[in-house]
Ligand binder design. Structure first.
Ligand code: C5P
Length: 226
């Protein structure tokens, strides 16, 4: 199998309250995007990496890692799904896409390997890293609890998400034509009637979204390298 990591990194991170996009904030002396790209490009099962960057991005090509032999770029879109689709279109025929958020630098190599090695994958069966929900979940209405949601079957969808690239691209096209909003690859595949396996991943693989997430990510990154 030819495996390409696809990294949507074209977001502007409005929830981060920062002047620069969150993937360019620094943790332990390196940008979040560099941490993410290092973990993907150094993985022995990943053949190449395609990064979707914003058309106005002036920072990416200043990073030494932008010249890495395994790494190339495409232009991102206005939605995450569009950024991923642009990358999928650039992939060789019959490749497998390992889609991973730029904003998740703490992913560990072991989880990537387990995801890629999932049994019984096929063009219509993919897999994602996910983590069981541990909090009690409430549905809210006007500031009050309306009811408690049964969490026994609920998972947090993480990335990477691993799918046959061409099938995924078609699933995204179908969702787009039907005006359905999807926030991850699995949603597009589910809507197209395909199967998605859940692979239990490390809960420390957080998506940096709010300012508070930075110190937590710094902690998990440190833990990994020790
Ligand atoms: O905004 P959110 O945290 O959901 O973004 C998840 C990932 O998708 C981030 O790595 C972000 O850079 C990327 N993204 C993108 N193109 C967009 C919006 C988000 O590549 N238009």
């Amino acid at each position: 199998r030819h495996i390409v990591a696809v990294v949507p990194a074209a977001g502007i991170g409005t929830r981060m309250q920062s002047d620069i996009p969150k993937q360019y904030l620094t943790l332990h002396g390196k940008t979040i995007l560099e941490h993410t790209l290092e973990r993907l490009s150094s993985h022995s099962l990943v053949d190449s990496v395609v990064v979707a960057i914003h058309p106005d991005d002036r920072l990416f090509f200043n990073l030494p890692i932008s010249r890495h032999v395994k790494i190339s770029t495409v232009t991102g879109g206005s939605e995450r799904s569009e950024s991923v689709s642009n990358a999928l279109q650039a992939l060789p025929h019959d490749s497998w896409a390992l889609v991973h958020d730029a904003a998740r630098p703490c992913v560990c190599q072991k989880d990537i390997t387990r995801l890629i090695d999932t049994e019984d994958l096929s063009p219509t069966i993919g897999a994602i890293l996910a983590s069981p929900v541990s909090d009690t979940l409430k549905r809210g209405s006007d500031g009050y609890v309306s009811d408690t949601v049964d969490r026994s079957q609920l998972w947090r969808a993480l990335t990477p998400q691993f799918f046959h690239a061409h099938t995924l691209l078609n699933a995204y096209r179908q969702a787009h034509l039907n005006h359905l909003t999807v926030t991850d690859e699995a949603s597009a595949m589910e809507l197209a009637g395909h199967k998605v396996k859940l692979i239990n991943g490390h809960a420390g693989n957080i998506k940096i979204t709010h300012p508070d997430d930075l110190s937590l990510a710094a902690f998990y990154l440190q833990q990994e390298s020790d």
